[in-house]
Design a protein around this ligand. Structure first.
Ligand code: SAM
Length: 318
């Protein structure tokens, strides 16, 4: 499968502290001068696009904490050959940024939200920001994006009682709700491994509460999700089963973190230091060659189940 999808982490900083993600307060942040600047990110992105990337997702950390993110979106969107620019956010700043981001050229937005209850939001994220996220969702629905998705991680005993409430949102709004299976990625989340709530369990809950779902033909933007629709729904429901149903064989993605390290595969320790080239005076041909070589390395990986790795979602980008 060709590699045409790049995820860029804009920052390791986050304004939430989710129980299954990187414990930021413990590790501290990467030094500011190590983070790629706007021009460096845009130049790297342009080289990736020349090498075959068609879709870029901005993520983090929390990408909306990156200073001047609207201008950065405008710079990246202007890269010739890039077909789609999308962003994953916790939604805290979307209330104010949804419209400017759309105006700057952002095509779609994915908003991560695991609960509709104030107390549970505090338990999962350590923050009181639920109302801000709700406002961010509503503003995004009005901003004219070509798609708005909610990313939901269900944890047994914490928010599994809300599966049907989330699914119902796809009936009432032009909103795609995607259930992402929890995976124990690092030491902190490994402690929650008992909380794994499988895609099969989530699907069962939805169908018992809201009736059968119809499988949808796969569409651009679905990625590894299998997508369904409830009867009469405006939006769709997707399932991403990274834990119970590995999808290495169809993996078309590559990642660059906020300090310019490129990760061909989340489950491999191998990384490539693109920042050294960006700051070492490499010309555009050298960048292109370097990236093409990384693509070759990725294509040579075995296409079976990944070994368990140590993954910090906040710096690599979830
Ligand atoms: N701050 C942004 C956000 O909240 O969407 C982007 C980064 S966050 C790491 C991206 C996504 O990764 C979120 O939807 C989050 O729920 C998911 N994520 C992080 N750790 C995870 C884990 N161990 N299992 C499943 N999803 C995880």
């Amino acid at each position: 499968m060709g590699i045409d999808y790049l995820r860029i982490s804009l920052t390791d900083r986050c304004n939430l502290n989710c129980i299954y993600c990187t414990p930021l307060e413990k590790n501290g942040y990467l030094p500011h001068e190590d983070l790629l600047r706007h021009e460096e990110i845009a130049r790297a992105a342009a080289a990736f696009v020349r090498a075959g990337i068609k879709k870029i997702r901005l993520t983090g950390g929390e990408p909306l904490l990156k200073k001047g993110v609207v201008e950065l979106v405008r710079m990246i969107k202007a890269i010739p050959g890039l077909e789609e620019l999308v962003l994953t956010t916790n939604g805290i700043y979307l209330g104010e940024l949804a419209a400017p981001l759309r105006e700057a050229g952002l095509d779609r937005v994915n908003i991560s939200l695991d609960t509709l209850k104030k107390e549970t939001f505090k338990k999962i994220t350590g923050s009181d920001g639920l109302e801000k996220v709700r406002d961010g969702i509503m503003k995004s629905l009005k901003a004219g994006f070509t798609g708005v998705k909610l990313n939901v991680v269900i944890l047994k005993g914490i928010n599994d009682g809300e599966v049907a409430d989330f699914a119902k949102l796809s009936v009432e709004h032009l909103l795609d709700v995607r259930f992402i299976e929890f995976f124990p990625a690092n030491k902190r989340s490994a402690k929650l491994s008992e909380a794994l709530f499988t895609t099969a369990e989530t699907r069962g809950k939805i169908e018992r509460a809201l009736g059968p779902m119809a499988r949808q033909p796969s569409a651009r933007g679905d990625g590894p999700a299998s997508v369904y629709k409830l009867v009469g729904a405006k939006g769709k429901i997707g399932f991403i089963s990274g834990r119970s149903d590995y999808f290495c064989g169809s993996c078309n993605r590559i990642r660059m973190d906020c300090i310019g390290k490129v990760y061909p595969c989340l489950f491999s320790p191998a990384t490539h230091n693109l920042r050294a080239l960006l700051r070492g005076g490499a010309d555009d041909y050298a960048l292109f060659d370097y990236i093409k070589n990384i693509f070759l390395v990725k294509s040579s990986y075995k296409k079976d189940s990944p070994s368990s790795g140590h993954i910090e979602m906040s710096s690599i980008g979830g």
